[in-house]
Design a protein around this ligand. Structure first.
Ligand code: C5P
Length: 315
């Protein structure tokens, strides 16, 4: 019988993040261009018991290849834990108890959707476990669970480059040619996502320049043409203004990153800064340069687009 299932899912950067109106459900309508990068989270389900009734997750352990957060994240509230239980409950057959082991390579609370990637990888891993017991769920069910776990989880499932509307969870794949080479710099000055969105609402009352940017036509054409110079010029994030207001030190990093690379933007709600470079060598150079200049920041290079959540191994 199956002993272990390993799955992975990508981190992301928003090439465009346009924030529209606040909605009644506490979310905002978005027009987002998501781009998956080859910095991936790994989720392993290790079978530790026989099939039986009740919860399937026995325990969880995260190994950090980035800086660990102050608090313990290995509990039933973790999105990966909730993803496995959701699939198991819907599967409708007895599944064996599992231990979840996460290898974390995407910054924690950095604006790159690392937690969402854990959830997406856990969903496909749990579905592979259900399949071993003849109870695999259809892709629509996984997408539905993904959207219920968080606005960024459906994209972590899908990967590639995609237009996200609604809360960001209604996805349409986008054409893109060529590879984009990135450096990601996390200055570790935590920005709570919900606070960034609500500060943007406040700032819009007094600053008429902060209109929602909902047009992605130029970016879309630049991606289709595979023209990195045009992609760089078209990068945009409506959440950059609240991020800079909340954490003014981010401005210096953004400026230095923009000089080291071709263009720098805040990733998602931040505080990670994404730096688009000309090629892999330029990215390596910019990474070394920024790591030296911003002592204490975490830095890695990555390329995109990369694939979505996938089962790597069943044994
Ligand atoms: O989906 P997730 O839990 O990552 O979102 C965290 C918070 O970010 C939400 O509670 C909400 O305040 C804000 N958010 C938003 N509109 C979105 C996505 C997130 O206002 N489309």
């Amino acid at each position: 019988m199956v002993r272990e299932i390993v799955a992975s899912a990508p981190g992301k950067v928003n090439l465009h993040l346009g924030v529209g109106e606040a909605r009644a459900d506490g979310y905002h309508d978005l027009v987002s261009v998501f781009h998956a990068v080859d910095r991936r989270e790994t989720v392993r389900l290790a079978v530790v018991g026989e099939p039986g009734a009740g919860p399937v997750v026995e325990s969880m352990r995260t190994t950090f290849f980035v800086d660990r957060p102050g608090e313990d994240i290995d509990g039933p509230k973790n999105l990966a834990w909730r993803a496995v239980e959701a699939v198991a409950a819907r599967a409708g057959v007895a599944l064996p108890k599992v231990r979840i082991e996460v290898d974390k390579r995407v910054f924690v609370a950095g604006g790159m959707a690392g937690g969402s990637a854990d959830a997406a990888a856990a969903l496909v891993a749990a579905n592979a476990l259900a399949a071993e017991y003849g109870a695999a769920l259809p892709p629509e069910a996984l997408h539905e669970f993904a959207a219920s776990l968080g606005a960024d989880v459906p994209f972590a499932l899908a990967g590639g480059t995609a237009l996200g509307t609604g809360r960001g969870d209604e996805l349409a794949p986008m054409l893109s040619r060529g590879r984009l080479h990135w450096v990601f710099v996390n200055p570790k000055i935590g920005i709570p996502t919900g606070e960034a969105f609500s500060l943007l609402d406040d700032l819009r009352h007094t600053n008429p320049a902060l209109v929602p940017h909902l047009n992605t036509a130029e970016l879309s054409q630049a991606l289709t043409a595979g023209d990195a110079t045009r992609v760089a010029a078209a990068l945009h994030n409506d959440l950059e203004a609240p991020a800079l207001q909340m954490r003014p030190v981010l401005r210096g990093l953004l400026e230095a990153a923009g000089e080291a690379g071709r263009r720098a933007v805040v990733s998602g709600s931040g505080p990670t800064v994404a730096v688009l470079c000309d090629d892999a060598e330029h990215a390596r150079w910019a990474a070394e340069h920024l790591a030296a200049e911003f002592d204490g920041a975490e830095v890695f290079v990555a390329e995109g687009p990369d694939g979505g959540a996938v089962v790597e191994r069943v044994c």
